[in-house]
Design a protein around this ligand. Structure first.
Ligand SMILES: [Ca+2]
Length: 499
């Protein structure tokens, strides 16, 4: 009965995903009025560092159950001496860890479902490679349903042609799951039909963390999370997603993203994660948009990530809902467009100390049926060999300061305006003042920035750079490397403050 209900929700989710949640150019539904109250609090702190996928430490549980698919002894009891041979022998209890022996493979068409539990760990023991769960069924390989405080740790999970998702975390609209963690995992090969195929998939979760997890060979989204408050994604590696594009370039069925947040997604923190969309087309590395109202007040931080795109997804980071989202210390490389901010349901975006290079467009701000995105600020970014528009805006206000616009023999335009209102100063335009229709803004520099190694993407400034101390104070305190701003009394232009 319960499962039938879930299936119904899956179908609904797919429909929203395919029809409305995808931020097509000029196709935003406008959707809904009224800002639900986002609590707005993304801390943006760096966290505790990347997890070690060889560390099988278990804490906070009172019992450990062992699974070794190679065990053929009779009277198996889950002990270390006589482990269960199958996960189907296990019934899940609170405060208990269930660990599969490293170096083993468990193959089954039955998934691992933890329902209505708390403080459960699914993990590994022994030595060697992470244990592999090879799932051949048509649901989700691991399902945490109405379960909180639980962890999926150091498992390799491989799906197949009919797999919906590799890990699914599922609450209800009235009762979100709380504080579940996926850490140190390797999730791959989910190709479920009917608009399925996800690495991590979830609805109605609060405080979910996905850390140190590699996700690839996914038919649709690397992660699709709908109604997801206080999400943390860190130290991840996501690539070869939206593989359905390879057999069908119509994005009605190949609309996969690296990560898609939908519904209310307030308080997210996405950091130290690489999302590579270079192998398939359509959509985005990361999209922040919603098929429901509410997330126009959602906030969060995206930092220390690498977004790679070309010739695949047309935009790396697509923001269509949210207020006060901070995008900082990221690399946008080889992408058709680094950041796109669209429409009146997002405001007060701050984009600072990012590196945009070997790309077509850097930051583009534009309107849609829901109106004009207010309050976009673009500070202290480096644009290098960005051959289209470094910062472009269409009928939208943008404040741009302290950006470093460098070229590598290309004709990139620093500032592009289509009836936009730019407030702009203190940029460096390299040796060719191709500033765009706005001209060179006040207090700006024309001259070689003296990068340490531009072609090698080391955009630190050498001594004698004309960019030193030529920026204006925009209230930022730390550069790309963590160096305090300012040094020598005034901020430098670009993403690196020279000590
Ligand atoms: Ca300085």
């Amino acid at each position: 009965m319960r499962f039938q209900g879930l299936l119904g929700r899956v179908v609904l989710g797919c429909a929203l995903l395919a029809v409305a949640g995808c931020g097509d150019e000029g196709a935003d539904g406008g959707g809904g009025s009224g800002g639900a109250s986002g609590s707005g609090g993304a801390s943006g702190s760096g966290g505790t560092g990347a997890p070690d996928p060889d560390d099988d430490t278990l804490s906070g549980v009172s019992r450990v159950i062992h699974i070794d698919p190679t065990n053929t002894a009779p009277n198996q009891d889950g002990s270390l001496a006589n482990p269960y041979a199958s996960w189907t022998s296990v019934s899940f209890s609170n405060d208990t860890a269930y660990v599969q022996k490293r170096g083993t493979t468990y193959t089954s068409s039955s998934n691992i479902t933890v329902r209505g539990r708390s403080n459960v760990i699914l993990g590994a023991y022994g030595s060697g490679a992470r244990p592999l769960f090879r799932y051949t069924g048509g649901s989700s390989a691991v399902l945490l349903e109405s379960t909180s405080g639980s962890t999926v740790k150091n498992l390799e999970i491989e799906g197949g042609a009919s797999t919906w998702a590799l890990v699914r975390v599922q609450g209800t609209s009235g009762s979100y799951t709380k504080n579940n963690t996926i850490t140190g995992c390797h999730l791959h090969s989910a190709y479920g039909p009917n608009n399925g195929g996800f690495g991590v998939y979830g609805w109605y979760n609060d405080g979910l963390r996905v850390l140190g997890t590699e996700i690839h060979d996914i038919a649709l989204d690397g992660m699709y999370l709908h109604f997801i408050t206080r999400l943390e994604v860190g130290y991840g590696d996501i690539y070869d997603v939206n593989t359905r594009y390879r057999v069908n370039t119509d994005q009605s069925v190949s609309s996969g993203d690296g990560i898609q947040l939908n519904g209310l997604y307030d308080g997210f923190h996405i950091h130290h994660t690489t999302i590579d969309r270079s192998t398939t087309g359509n959509k985005f590395a990361l999209i922040l948009n919603s098929s429901e109202a509410g997330s126009e007040s959602a906030s969060g931080v995206i930092e220390h990530c690498t977004f790679r795109g070309s010739p695949g997804a047309p935009v790396s980071l697509y923001i269509e809902r949210g207020r006060g989202i901070v995008t900082r210390y990221n690399r946008f490389e080889d992408t058709p467009m680094g950041v796109r901010i669209t429409g009146g349901l997002t405001s007060d975006n701050l984009i600072h100390h990012n590196l945009f290079y070997d790309s077509t467009d850097g930051v583009y701000v534009t309107t849609n049926a829901a109106g004009v995105p207010a309050g976009t600020r673009v500070y202290n970014n480096v644009f290098y060999h960005v051959t289209g528009r470094h910062i472009g805006a269409s009928r939208s206000p943008v404040e741009a300061r302290n950006n470093l616009h460098a070229r590598a023999g290309d004709g990139g335009v620093a500032l592009y305006s289509n009836n936009a209102t730019f407030v702009s100063s203190n940029h460096c335009y390299d040796t060719t003042a191709t500033a765009g229709s706005l001209g060179v803004s006040g207090a700006s520099v024309v001259g070689s920035p003296l990068f340490v190694d531009g072609p090698g993407h080391d955009f630190r400034l050498q001594a004698g750079s004309p960019c030193l101390d030529r920026g204006v104070d925009v209230g930022l305190s730390v550069d790309f490397d963590g160096t305090p701003i300012p040094q020598r009394g005034a901020p430098d232009i670009g993403a690196f403050e020279r000590r």
